[in-house]
Write a protein that binds this ligand. Structure first.
Ligand code: ZN
Ligand code: ZN
Length: 132
């Protein structure tokens, strides 16, 4: 499929990405530069990263949300847990909430299992009674 690159508007053979291989390569290089900068300056702020690497704020936030970057955002740019609002470094919900979410899922699952077993033993009882 032929499409226009989202970034440079050049026509290219679209396979998966909405941007052409050239822009994709540039994007990867930019990402590497950002990652390297953060690695060398672990306590850096997002403003500094933008200044040093020329990356856009939107892109940084996207990468952090995709868990590609290990940068904790603070202040107005902070990513917050969608459940309790605590500041988190990546993803959508904090560790505590994701743990309690897993707990809830687990307890739900065990409930379902118990219900199933009950129904099964009831069915067996009924079958036994019928045989007599
Ligand atoms: Zn392009
Ligand atoms: Zn939370």
């Amino acid at each position: 499929m032929v499409a226009n690159c989202l970034k440079c508007r050049k026509i290219f053979n679209k396979i998966k990405s909405p941007i052409c291989p050239e822009c994709q390569k540039k994007e990867e290089e930019l990402f590497d530069a950002v990652r390297l900068f953060i690695k060398e300056n672990p306590n850096t702020s997002m403003e500094e990263v933008i200044e040093e690497t020329g990356v856009t704020k939107k892109k940084i936030i996207k990468w952090i949300k995709e868990k590609k970057l290990d940068l904790v955002l603070t202040g107005e740019n902070a990513i917050r847990c969608s459940k309790c609002g605590v500041v988190i470094s990546s993803g959508n919900i904090c560790e505590k909430c994701s743990k309690s979410f897993i707990d809830t899922v687990n307890s739900l699952q065990s409930k379902v299992v118990v219900e199933k077993e009950k129904r099964l033993s009831h069915a067996m009882e009924t079958a036994k009674r019928r045989r007599k």
